[in-house]
Design a binder for this molecule. Sequence first.
Ligand code: CTP
Ligand code: MG
Length: 211
Amino acid sequence: MLIPLNFGLLDLLWIIPISFYYILPAYFANGGAVLVGKYLPKKPMDFGKSFSDGQRILGDGKTWSGFLGGVLLGTFGGFVMWILVFSISRTTAFVTFGMVDYMITPVFYGLNPFRGFLLGLGALVGDLIGSFIKRRFKKERGAKFPLIDQLDFLLGAYLLSALDIFSIMLYPTYNLVVIWPLIVFGLVVTWAIHRVANIIAFKMNLKKEPW
Ligand code: CTP
Ligand code: MG
């Protein structure tokens, strides 16, 4: 993975779509939990139990169906992306998007079905931890909690995807070095997208609050 000499500042802009592509299965998982949790049985994951502070452990917003549906959709989304990427030849992608080869190769090949599962599971576990923290701050279900509301699922997804030892061994430089700007951009882009998506979900009556 040598950086070519004609590398220009503009190439850096690719970080935005690439970081989005990289984290997309976590989005599927997060969105899937909202959809499934809304339409399937609503058994709360904490079984309605309270923590030692008298507040709910997680609250009614975290259901088993939402959790499992989210993980499944994240895994499935990652699987579909993986199939798509392998069905377009890499040359086609390279020519069409003019992407920088050393950047795109590990991202494309780094996304494997296992990573889709890790991103989905990480997203939903991160979301649970976020709700646990909110409840400890005595925030009701759905109450606004800036940053945690938007980023909990993403941090969980990034953390768990670090267990994808296959692509770490295949692309050590990428997974240990190049990954950091992707994460930073992923967090910034997600924060913005999440705000917009939740406003749309609110208007579509899928969510009770616009955040
Ligand atoms: N959801 C679910 N199960 C999950 C995660 C989400 O059923 N494990 C569904 C619930 O219907 C939830 C909705 O998705 O209300 C939106 O998710 P989120 O914003 O994470 O939950 P909130 O209701 O805002 O609750 P909290 O305050 O705990 O974040
Ligand atoms: Mg919420």
